[in-house]
Design a protein. Structure first.
Length: 344
């Protein structure tokens, strides 16, 4: 039995750090575990300009504990009719690592998102030319489509065509939740990859309704049925370099979650690596964790792997029931549970 695992220091390829006091309260959870993180741009207002990206990066660096070795990788929020030259300049100046496609109104702070991919064709062409990755929230927003089908329908209605139209574009299909997405990524070329969250590996949609409505298990894309979770677990632990780590940690204060119209998002940063280790251990694939967490992401983004290491030890680790955030409290993923792994 493996009781200690030392891997290259991992990276998180999908993080919501927020802003202001919330940023100050949550950033170190990510910086403690990860060398780099791709920072989502869905602030209010969203990060749509090079100057906004640079300023947000400075606020992150001012908030993080200086003793931690952490680099935020910034993203631009794509909008209809956006000026492609702004994205190109941001990439050339080392501000934007990638750009994010939120279909308009798909999720939290996405009202300025893209209403039709045709409206960003110029930008996608530029990104393809300069080798800048496109990160996609892959759900259709048509309210007539069942919420559990929105990812699969997005593949059929949007993604297939996008990938055909831009065959050289690097695409990350973010936080995938379905077997359909796993199959799509596996069947696509090497420029198409996906991130997988710890929570979509850990529970299926029953958890949202277990004995009552459980807002802390609600995120978007919503967790699907067991066959999909099973496909995600197989993909993540397979050693296939197209699938890598992205937590989608998305903190909201308790009042925003426990509400008549609660926000989507799971605050998984505090015990992210312990949670992934749980899944890989259960799948008898701890030897595959390093690739997923530390090697495949940098390879896809064309970056070197981190210099340092992380050691995970089989040691009971109780997750707090709540964590101070934004002047009040947020509930972390696995709150109150005892996990079998600890990060040293
Ligand atoms: O659950 C989610 N929360 N999904 C998203 O796509 C956005 C995120 C957030 O920003 O809260
Ligand atoms: Zn997200």
């Amino acid at each position: 039995m493996t009781n200690t695992l030392t891997i290259r220091r991992p990276d998180d390829w999908h993080v919501h750090l927020r802003d202001g006091q919330m940023l100050k309260d949550v950033v170190d959870f990510t910086a403690r575990q990860f060398g780099r993180a791709i920072i989502m741009p869905n602030l209010k207002p969203p990060v749509t300009t090079v100057e906004a990206g640079r300023a947000y990066r400075e606020r992150i660096m001012a908030a993080v504990d200086p003793a931690l070795d952490f680099t935020p990788l910034m993203t631009a929020y794509l909008t209809d009719g956006m000026d492609a030259s702004e994205i190109e300049r941001g990439h050339a100046e080392g501000v934007f690592t990638a750009a994010k496609l939120y279909p308009a109104n798909a999720t939290t702070n996405s009202s300025h998102g893209v209403t039709d991919v045709v409206k960003i064709h110029d930008t996608l062409e530029t990104m393809q030319r300069i080798g800048m990755p496109l990160l996609i929230h892959g759900e259709v927003t048509d309210q007539h489509v069942d919420i559990f089908d929105r990812e699969a329908v997005f593949i059929d209605q949007v993604l297939q065509e996008l990938v055909q139209d831009f065959p050289g574009l690097k695409v990350v299909f973010e936080h995938i939740t379905t077997k359909d997405a796993v199959d799509f990524v596996m069947e696509s070329g090497p420029n198409i990859a996906a991130t997988i969250t710890p929570h979509h590996l850990d529970f299926n949609r029953n958890a949202i309704f277990q004995g009552g409505i459980r807002p802390h298990f609600y995120c978007l894309p919503i967790a699907k049925r067991e066959l999909h979770r099973d496909a995600l677990r197989k993909a993540a632990t397979s050693g296939n370099a197209k699938f890598f780590l992205g937590t989608d940690t998305a903190p909201h204060v308790v009042a925003a979650k426990e509400s008549a119209c609660g926000c989507a998002g799971i605050f998984c940063a505090p015990h992210a690596m312990e949670s992934y280790a749980k899944t890989f251990d259960e799948e008898k694939a701890l030897d595959k964790l390093e690739g997923f967490a530390s090697l495949f992401g940098p390879a896809f983004y064309g970056l070197p792997v981190n210099e340092g290491t992380m050691t995970l030890t089989r040691k009971d680790n109780t997750v707090p029931a709540s964590i101070t955030a934004d002047g009040t409290e947020a509930i972390p993923f696995h709150a109150g549970e005892t996990l079998a792994w600890s990060v040293n």
